[in-house]
Design a protein around this ligand. Structure first.
Ligand SMILES: Nc1ncnc2c1ncn2[C@@H]1O[C@H](COP(=O)(O)OP(=O)(O)OP(=O)(O)O)[C@@H](O)[C@H]1O
Ligand SMILES: [Mg+2]
Length: 362
């Protein structure tokens, strides 16, 4: 058997290399220093459209144009960009695509956790080298931030507010002075043009390690909203499920729009605590029920339909995923789900198959 050499998930700049090349080659608008393309072309890359030579550009993020313009414009200033929003609103996704388009490299990434140390924002040492050669640039292990500074590119910091405050503060000098001192070598690294930082943070984490006022002042905040209405959320799920299904080589039918609409409707109703017609109040479960979860419910449904069904996604293929997404707490959420099934799903005649499929799960 031959093993496939394809990676499971290519970086945005590799996956969309031809789009990025077409945009860069046919772009006569002004570019900030070291940018691969103009801010205008970056927005086209993100929202989709056409390159100057007619190459079609697929949409990556579905959302407001102004919001993306503000995000891109921020990157061309001396302020960093903070993408804020509830889970599953494409903060990470947008940050990767912005970095790919602006600097052609989305991989200078720091994953913020409560254990993130200053080394991951500044630099560390290769101790074997340090011991054998003494302190030198060769013994220094640059962080993604340092590498982005040297290369004039974008550094990404995921989940900024999970990083302990004193470590966060290491960013202040970087963002305000655009310099990183290396006292051990009596040296410093000065950021080249094009350097900036895109950070993401979760709304729900607010207060975990709140950003200090000093750091906050160095960021422009762009809040990524939940999709405004059912149709835009269906569109997002459809786009992403199609792409993911293709990447996973799932042969299931994509004409599952009706099924997607149902899943999205269930999610929105439970999230908002009221049915779509505004008539029936319902309880909300403990989880977030984000668009991202709707995408995974549909992707699992497609895998079930493709491998164990006839390739068409039906109620029975999404029921387990739905229940799993809603019931995160085995007691309280189960009650919420039962109530929703009986009070809402059962009453909708065209949803009889979904009701049956969910009941059969027990
Ligand atoms: N408006 C949107 N346009 C395109 N894709 C979207 C949109 N909203 C959500 N998605 C999809 O949802 C998935 C999850 O997004 P992502 O992981 O970036 O969310 P996040 O905001 O970083 O969540 P978390 O707070 O959990 O880290 C991605 O596959 C992304 O494509
Ligand atoms: Mg994220």
């Amino acid at each position: 058997m031959t093993a496939t050499t394809e990676v499971l998930r290519a970086h945005a700049e590799d996956q969309h290399a031809s789009e990025l090349a077409a945009l860069a080659a046919n772009d006569d608008r002004p570019r900030p220093p070291n940018w691969r393309m103009s801010p205008w072309a970056v927005v086209t890359y993100v929202l989709g459209g056409e390159a100057g030579d007619g190459t079609p550009i697929t949409p990556k993020y579905l959302g407001g144009r102004r919001l993306v313009e503000v995000a891109v414009a921020t990157l061309a200033t001396d302020r960093a960009l903070l993408l804020l929003g509830v889970p599953g609103t494409a903060k990470t996704w947008l940050s990767e695509h912005l970095a790919a388009a602006v600097s052609g490299d989305s991989t200078q990434l720091v994953q913020g956790t409560s254990g993130t140390s200053e080394e991951s924002i500044r630099y560390g040492w290769n101790y074997a080298r340090l011991l054998s050669e003494g302190p030198s640039r060769r013994a220094l292990v640059a962080s993604p931030v340092l590498r982005a500074m040297e290369g004039g590119g974008i550094a990404r910091i995921e989940e900024l507010t999970r990083i302990p405050s004193d470590v966060q503060d290491a960013l202040i000098t970087v963002l305000s002075e655009k310099t990183l001192p290396i006292p051990e070598l009596d040296d410093e690294v000065q950021a080249r043009g094009g350097f900036n930082v895109i950070a993401t943070a979760n709304d729900r984490d607010r207060g975990v390690n709140d950003l200090s006022a000093a750091l906050k002042r160095r960021f422009n905040v762009v809040v990524l909203p939940l999709p405004e209405d059912v149709e835009s959320e269906v569109e997002i799920v459809r786009l992403r499920v199609g792409q993911l299904g293709a990447a996973l080589r799932l042969p299931a039918e994509l004409e599952a729009v009706e099924e997607i609409r149902r899943v999205v409707t269930v999610f929105r109703e439970l999230r908002e605590g009221v049915t779509a017609d505004g008539r029936t109040k319902i309880k909300s479960p403990s989880g977030t029920l984000s668009t991202a979860e709707a995408i995974s419910v549909m992707t699992s449904g497609m895998a079930l339909a493709a491998h164990f069904g006839d390739g068409v996604v039906r109620a029975a293929d999404v029921a387990a995923g739905l229940q799993g997404a809603v019931v995160k707490d085995p007691v309280a959420d189960r009650l919420v789900w039962q109530e929703y099934l009986e009070a809402v799903v059962r009453e909708r005649r065209p949803w009889a198959d979904l009701y049956r499929a969910c009941r059969e799960l027990g």
